[in-house]
Design a protein around this ligand. Structure first.
Ligand SMILES: Cc1cc2nc3c(=O)[nH]c(=O)nc-3n(C[C@H](O)[C@H](O)[C@H](O)COP(=O)(O)OP(=O)(O)OC[C@H]3O[C@@H](n4cnc5c(N)ncnc54)[C@H](O)[C@@H]3O)c2cc1C
Length: 507
């Protein structure tokens, strides 16, 4: 049978959270998009359940925060004891004031996928489910041009695209076809997840840490009537459901009425050697996998996708040079490496099963109840809240080690613009823009491309992270690209030209 031939700007392989986000943003930014997935519809498994603050900000930018706010369970506290004075800490307090969405929102991956897939369908670009990638051909030295071969229920399909994003999960066929190494380690312990009903003592708005003689577990509230998610590390390989849950009941004292879903798997900590080969890019679990304990995996994939789709849309619109495509790997791969090296390992050590670590954990528990609230109220706690909420990620505006030019000597450059009560609508525009905070609109618009909106003058930013004597250039993904000092209400044209050149922007 002859293959049907389709042409599109962007082919996204995989309609997990990452691929759906990439497709939605690229489509809203004006690219023609085809998102395909071999499965028959959004996943029914709850899988990743934590939506972090930065993901909420992105969903808000896309007009999709309200359904999550309405349906999610908000967990803002962690309980480390069942009784006594030092019962736990309010971790949302470390994020309050820095993000409109403090705390962890518990919203299952199945619902996140449904939300994004419905938005794509409503926008006229429905996911093509049941359609699996078989292989593709692309020149690794070219910036654009892929021919992909897919298998659809109606027969073979050929797709010609400018770019292909492999958002096809941890065992990514795209990464394998590229022959890219996926270096890292696999944990010895098995990670267990169970969705339970009728859990005794489950608090509706708090995470509960359980300290057993061998194991450590965290319980997340999923809904009313003791509906919760238990996650724990089981020593030893591949326990079946009964064995793993028996261990949790005996050691952790968990009591519940029934199990909805159980899964046990080995946790990998791996990062692909490259995130791009020619016109083919990797995002989400296809590019990096981590421990699920910190609730970072799906959220990192959502941010990869948001970053990459905006970058490709800028290139397609002729706003940025094609060579800027390298920025994706330059900015996002270090985020994945940090996650695997630091955050993942720290959580791995805390949760490791065994009598020795369990004893140390139980001894630390009382101290934790006292120290944690103080830590969370300190500047270090605020930084930690920003890392976990993923809104503190920093991209280097110039190559590491290079001297900082004037337009980059501001702490906001390379960071996400703090959302305020006033800039929210402007950020929803998904376009480049100029902002001032607590200053008048500059008398003359600097020499920037016409597609850059503004300047918009907003009231002073309450956390004082944005200065009144700066003109900020904000990217469509909400990151600050440049901060030009204002002299007599104007930015120096040499500073403007230098920053635009560094962003690969055409004037
Ligand atoms: C059992 C389980 C429990 C988890 N629990 C947690 C948790 O509690 N917390 C947490 O943070 N993370 C958890 N994770 C990890 C989390 O689910 C991932 O980080 C997240 O799904 C990554 O999203 P993604 O879109 O990058 O990849 P995926 O969600 O894996 O999506 C990849 C998609 O690609 C499709 N695909 C693959 N090959 C092809 C092909 N050839 N052609 C077309 N489509 C293809 C697949 O069908 C799939 O839909 C869990 C994962 C699993 C498996």
């Amino acid at each position: 049978m002859d293959a049907a031939v389709l042409t599109t700007d962007l082919l996204v392989v995989g309609a997990g959270p990452t691929g759906l986000m990439a497709g939605l943003v690229a489509h809203r930014r004006g690219l023609s998009v085809l998102v395909v997935d071999g499965k028959s519809g959004p996943t029914r498994e709850s899988r990743a359940i934590v939506v972090q603050a930065r993901s909420m900000e992105i969903l808000d930018q896309l007009g999709l925060a309200a359904p999550v706010l309405a349906a999610a369970q908000l967990a803002g506290r962690i309980r480390v004891r069942e009784d006594g004075p030092a019962v736990g800490a309010d971790f949302a307090s470390a994020q309050r004031g820095d993000t409109p969405f403090p705390g962890a929102r518990i919203f299952e991956q199945s619902r996140t996928e449904r939300l994004l897939a419905d938005a794509l369908a409503a926008d006229g670009a429905p996911v093509r489910y049941g359609c699996a990638l078989v292989d593709f051909a692309a020149d690794p030295s070219a910036d654009e041009g892929v021919e992909a071969h897919l298998e659809d229920p109606d027969g073979p399909v050929t797709v010609r695209a400018r770019w292909l994003i492999g958002a096809d999960g941890a065992s990514s066929p795209v990464r394998h076809l590229l022959g890219l190494p996926f270096a890292g380690v696999t944990d010895e312990a098995t990670f267990c997840v169970a969705d339970l009903h009728g859990v005794a003592g489950l608090e509706p708005e708090a995470l509960t840490a359980r300290f057993g003689r061998r194991r450590f577990a965290i319980l997340f509230p999923l809904g009313p009537d003791g509906h919760g998610r238990l996650i724990w590390l089981h020593g030893g390989a591949e326990p079946d459901q009964e064995e793993a849950l028996a261990g949790a009941r005996e050691d952790l004292g968990i009591r519940y009425e029934r199990v909805d879903w159980f899964s046990a798997y080995r946790v990998h900590h791996r990062v692909a050697a490259r995130f791009r080969q020619g016109p083919v890019l990797l995002a989400g679990d296809a590019a990096h996998v981590h421990s699920p304990v910190g609730g970072q995996g799906m959220n990192t994939g959502l941010q990869d996708a948001h970053h990459l789709a905006n970058l490709l849309a800028d290139i397609a619109a002729g706003l940025r040079e094609p060579a800027q495509i390298d920025r994706y790997e330059a900015e996002r791969r270090p985020v994945a490496l940090t996650l695997v090296r630091i955050v993942d390992r720290a959580f791995g050590v805390i949760a490791r099963p065994g009598p020795g670590t369990a004893l140390a954990r139980r001894r630390a528990r009382d101290l934790l109840g006292v120290v944690l609230p103080r830590l969370l109220a300190s500047p270090a706690g605020r930084r930690l809240g920003g890392w976990l909420g993923q809104y503190r990620i920093h991209y280097h505006p110039v190559p590491d080690g290079a001297p900082l030019p004037r337009w980059a000597r501001d702490r906001a450059v390379g960071r996400r613009l703090p959302p305020t009560a006033h800039n929210r609508e402007a950020l929803r525009e998904l376009r480049w823009q100029l902002h001032t905070y607590g200053a008048d609109v500059p008398a003359a618009r600097p020499s920037v491309p016409e597609a850059v909106a503004g300047p918009f003058a907003f009231p002073a930013e309450p956390q004082q992270e944005l200065r009144g004597d700066r003109l900020y250039l904000v990217r469509p993904d909400g990151y600050v690209a440049a901060a030009w000092p204002l002299h007599a209400g104007a930015a120096a044209s040499a500073d403007v030209a230098e920053a635009l050149a560094a962003c690969g922007m055409r004037v």
